[in-house]
Design a protein around this ligand. Structure first.
Ligand SMILES: *Cc1c(COP(=O)(O)O)cnc(C)c1O
Length: 381
């Protein structure tokens, strides 16, 4: 039994079924889970869900995830996929303990890219981080600086819809590492893994799975740094010890119990991408959706892309400003009453804005349909 949710005082606008998207989930995380993922979960469940994560069925699923991601990212020799529990937020703490040697540089261009820097700023064993902050909706580049051992980049700032190209900063010290929060980019945006040392993310965004896990593509230099710090006299909380995560990942396990459904849903999505042509297939779907979404916003007088520079606009998360006459909260409530959900902008940005995830799992035809629904609603408000 499905329910549609309608907030009181929402204008009673019924969007015709013919123009609605087939799937109305446009949230940036948790994001749409493909029905095929749920079907795979149901099919595997009897011998998988509720079984030991130390035994073959679950370990095999973890190995499929690690291998599938390595293939999708075309990882260079020696790079490996490491995983652990807790999601991206927990990974920041783990990295503060286990990856940053002394001083890091952070590019802050939105809520998430800012958070890692704040977490590091409070760590008593590290020097104050260098934070380079710019206005939301824009971006900046890492600046190679003597004494910085870790550069913290964000592939896609989910709160503003800005993505950045990944390149090692010129003039960085030898051995400096490039860490990239790719939570809303990994699997949707092209990149060259050799320009990064630790490309980390959680699977409830681009990978259309569920939360609770962090995953990272690590270079040999990153693993070497982890091992060196773990062997030093720095105190590391055991559950945040990245050396433990590396050791367990190599055995296709996690230190403590993972969410088994999260793993299988991620496997289904990654193998679907790989079986259809890999990263190009996924990135092309995002590009198609983005062209539709931004093209629509540019051609309407009541909407415009929030990110002014087209090169900075993300192809996985679009932020669309609405004219003041068209209240975004009301638009979102009308959409929700019509089973089109999670189109609201990021609260703290405080704009009259829609935010639309265009992850690979989202059908570009549904993005097209969404634009028609927005026209339909706008005409009637
Ligand atoms: C969602 C998100 C996070 C937080 O992920 P959690 O798994 O909820 O901790 C961090 N960074 C970015 C860029 C995100 O989009």
């Amino acid at each position: 039994m499905r329910h549609s949710y309608r907030v009181t005082n929402t204008p009673d606008i019924q969007i015709p079924l013919e123009i609605r998207p087939k799937d109305g989930r446009f949230g940036a995380g948790p994001s749409k889970v493909r029905p095929e993922g749920i079907a795979a979960l149901v099919a595997e469940a009897p011998l998988y869900m509720g079984t030991s994560h130390r035994q073959a069925p679950v370990r095999f699923m973890v190995s499929r995830l690690r291998n599938g991601l390595a293939e999708m990212f075309a990882l260079p020799d020696g790079y490996e996929i490491v995983l652990g529990n807790g999601g991206t937020t927990i990974f920041w703490d783990a990295a503060s303990f286990g990856l940053i040697e002394n001083k890091s540089q952070h590019l802050d261009f939105g809520e998430f890219s800012g958070k890692f820097g704040s977490a590091v700023a409070g760590a008593p064993h590290l020097a104050d981080p260098q934070i380079i902050a710019v206005e939301p909706g824009t971006r900046t580049e890492a600046v190679g600086t003597a004494g910085i051992d870790t550069y913290a980049l964000t592939h896609n700032e989910t709160t503003t819809g800005v993505s950045m190209p990944l390149v090692r900063p010129e003039g960085a010290d030898d051995g400096a590492l490039v860490l990239v929060d790719a939570t809303s980019g990994a699997g949707g945006l092209r990149f060259d893994a050799s320009e990064t040392d630790c490309y980390y993310f959680a699977p409830q965004k681009v990978l259309g799975s569920d939360g609770g896990l962090w995953l990272a593509a690590m270079s040999p230099a990153a693993v070497e740094r982890i091992e060196r710090i773990a062997a030093s006299d720095r105190w590391i909380p055991p559950s945040l010890n990245l050396k433990t995560a590396v050791d367990n990942s190599r055995k296709d396990q996690t230190n403590n119990t993972p969410a088994l459904a999260t793993i299988i849903l991620a496997v289904e999505l990654v193998e679907w991408i790989n079986n259809n042509g890999g990263m190009e297939f996924a990135a092309n779907r995002c590009d198609t959706s983005a062209a539709t979404m931004y093209g629509w916003a540019e051609s309407r007088d009541f909407a415009s892309p929030f990110v002014e520079n087209p090169e900075h606009r993300s192809s996985t998360v679009a932020t669309i400003d609405l004219d003041d006459a068209l209240d975004a909260d009301t638009v979102n409530a009308v959409l929700r009453a019509n089973d089109i959900v999670d189109t609201n902008g990021y609260r703290k940005l405080g704009r009259n804005q829609l935010r639309i995830a265009m992850f690979p799992a989202v059908d570009p035809a549904d993005i097209e349909a969404l634009t028609q629904c927005l026209d339909y609603v706008a005409e009637r408000m």
